[in-house]
Design a protein around this ligand. Structure first.
Ligand code: GCB
Length: 621
């Protein structure tokens, strides 16, 4: 469902605010029809959008995984309800939602982190009356969902290698399992006939292909406008919804000049416009060639981070000021890119990436997947959900110039289960790769492997860019950075020799307690984090085929409880409240210097104005 937009023909309301919430640990709500009336009993007030965990910690929600019923009320004015279609749109519900309006079930959606919505026109009360919106959000996962499984009954849970028993709440992944209505909830009003989807494909020569989905039309008109709203070209059709236009002398989108064009789609019925939608897009190209990533035909080196979408109190809830802060800190430090580890981030982040000129690797929630059979057919339910997650992500994000790659999996087989390195596993990833390519052939696909099978890891066969997450000198051979450098170097060389594809080190990092120091670098101190980070950078930068360094993590983040974690994963270059650890200043120097030295090789190097050179004095180092 299109991102909400307001113009002469459509409008939207924000339904966010203070809602009611009621936990339903015994799943009674459906049989007792809680959707029919105002929620009763143990009701709390919750800010939406927002995760329930930290907001309502004192009410017992901190570690709550399960169903929680949410409700609010809204009114549609008479002038709008007449002859209109009214929709409810959710930016995301983690991880599953069923929606009722005035007691009538209007739909549901399985899978967190992506938008969904419904036409609620027929469920509305007469204009001016208060409509009751109820959403049951279920944060439970299973072995077939993405992310996968915390089900103690699943065969995977009973594997002896299962360290998951040591985490509370139990997860297969190293980030907190937040639940709730995490992103904007909107009421949208459109005409009876409306535009429902727009796909834009461009070439560096200025060809722009546009495909429009619409309920019904007598005519569609497409106009391309530049950043000053000047029409560059236009065309129309009364039969086709596929258009090919040209922009003369196109201004390319890049981090140093994030120029956005607009595709304005106007839908006509009986010679009158009844709907219009402006889709932003950029003209730029990313491709892989000879072991390099080329961005607008120039060699690209990614500097940046694996991130988490996570802040104190609001959890994984939408936090616009936080999004700005994160982008500004990345700009400050000289990062040109980040990965949406380990799930799709808020659309607002993608839009900021477009506007501010960041390169984003967009990831589906396929984090540390586990398989449970040698038989490919047994894996099908998981594969189907995996494909669905990829499809929904591409539908949502395909027109964002900031999105340069689809990351289809992060570290499968993290828990070293028995079933993985086999034909079924190979086929699983091959199918995913082909499925993704068929949906979008314009972006390289990234697959990320962990250390266990090194260059033999089956996941590396099915990708255009190889991502490796490595923690030599931290989880293995702790503190031995010389050995870490050797292991990393040998492995990078072996992987490149085998695949001849660009490699990015998509994670490397050391837990660091801010304010902890030692004269001899010691694990957990700020000095160790700096030494570790720069040892890795040295190894990578000595190799031409390494096309990116993404440090784990941008900021400290909340995890389940585990003897390895002191509340947070502390590998952040910034603290959870976004204060720099000392490595941040060193990185800022390094990434700026690196850009200056290799100017012509780093086309995505931000030009003047992107950094704030004035404040870069000795005092800041
Ligand atoms: C990884 C995972 C990431 C963890 C990280 C760590 O390999 O991809 O989710 O948080 O290691 O810090 O252990």
């Amino acid at each position: 469902m299109l991102y909400p937009q307001q113009n002469k023909y459509r409008l939207f309301f924000d339904l966010g605010g203070y809602w009611n919430i009621k936990a339903d640990p015994n799943n009674l709500g459906l049989s007792e029809q809680w959707f029919g009336n105002t929620l009763e009993g143990d009701i709390h007030t919750i800010a939406i959008p927002g995760s329930w965990n930290e907001q309502l910690e004192e009410q017992g929600f901190k570690n709550y995984i399960g169903q929680a019923w949410h409700e609010t009320w809204f009114t549609v004015p008479q002038v709008l309800q007449k002859n209109a279609k009214v929709w409810v749109r959710f930016g995301a519900a983690d991880h599953k939602a069923t929606v009722w309006v005035n007691g009538k079930e209007i739909g549901g959606h399985a899978g967190g982190y992506v938008p969904f919505g419904f036409d609620v026109t027929d469920a509305l009360l007469p204009a001016g009356e208060e409509n009751h919106l109820v959403v049951c959000v279920d944060s439970t996962l299973s072995m077939h969902t993405l992310p996968q499984d915390v089900d103690p009954e699943s065969p995977m849970y009973n594997t002896t290698a299962y360290q998951r028993r040591h985490l509370y709440p139990a997860t297969r992944f190293d980030f907190f399992p937040y639940g709730g209505l995490t992103r904007s909830v909107n009421l949208i009003v459109t005409s009876q006939e409306y535009v429902s989807g727009i796909t834009v494909n461009t070439s560096l020569q200025g060809e722009v292909d546009i495909q429009v989905q619409a309920s019904k039309f007598d005519k569609l008109r497409i106009q391309i406008l530049d950043a000053n709203d000047l029409i560059q070209n236009e065309t129309e059709s009364d039969s086709s919804n596929n258009f090919s236009l040209n922009v003369d002398d196109p201004i390319l989108w890049s981090p140093s000049n994030p120029h956005l064009y607009k595709a304005r789609v106007s839908l006509f019925i009986d010679d009158e416009i009844v709907d219009e939608y402006d889709e932003l897009f950029g003209i730029r190209e990313v491709r892989v060639e000879g072991g390099k990533i080329l961005f607008n035909n120039e060699e690209l080196f990614l500097t940046g981070f694996g991130k988490h979408e996570e802040f104190p109190i609001i959890g994984r809830g939408q936090f616009r000021a936080g999004y700005i802060k994160d982008h500004e800190l990345m700009r400050w430090i000289g990062a040109n890119s980040y990965r949406t580890s380990h799930y799709p981030y808020d659309e607002e982040m993608m839009r900021l990436g477009d506007k501010l000129g960041f390169l984003i690797i967009d990831e589906v929630p396929a984090v540390s997947l586990g398989f449970w059979s040698h038989d490919f057919d047994d894996l099908k339910p998981l594969l189907d959900n995996h494909k669905k997650a990829i499809k929904e992500l591409i539908e949502r994000d395909r027109n964002h110039p900031s999105v340069i790659s689809w990351s289809i999996t992060n570290e499968p087989n993290l828990w070293a289960e028995e079933y993985y390195q086999n034909e079924a596993g190979k086929r699983y990833f091959k199918e995913l790769y082909e499925f993704t390519k068929a949906l979008d052939s314009s972006r390289p696909i990234l697959s990320i492997s962990m250390a266990m099978f090194k260059e033999e890891d089956i996941v590396l066969e099915s990708c255009d860019i190889i991502g490796i997450n490595r923690y030599y000198g931290w989880y293995t051979n702790p503190a031995d950075l010389e050995r870490a450098a050797q292991d990393l170097g040998n492995e990078l060389d072996a992987i490149f020799a085998k695949y001849q594809r660009p490699i990015i080190v998509s994670e490397f990092g050391a837990d660091t307690v801010e304010g902890l120091h030692a004269t001899t670098a010691q694990m957990f101190t700020e000095e160790f984090q700096t030494a570790f980070t720069f040892k890795y950078l040295e190894v990578m930068e000595a190799r031409d085929f390494v096309c990116g360094a993404h440090i784990w993590n941008f900021a400290d983040f909340l995890t389940p409880q585990h003897f390895r974690r002191v509340v947070l994963n502390k590998k952040g270059v910034f603290t959870r409240d976004r204060l720099p650890k000392s490595v941040a200043f060193k990185l800022r120097d390094h990434w700026n210097t690196l850009d200056k030295i290799n100017d012509e090789h780093r086309p995505t190097r931000p030009k003047s104005g992107f950094f704030i050179p004035d404040i870069k004095s000795e005092a800041n180092n």
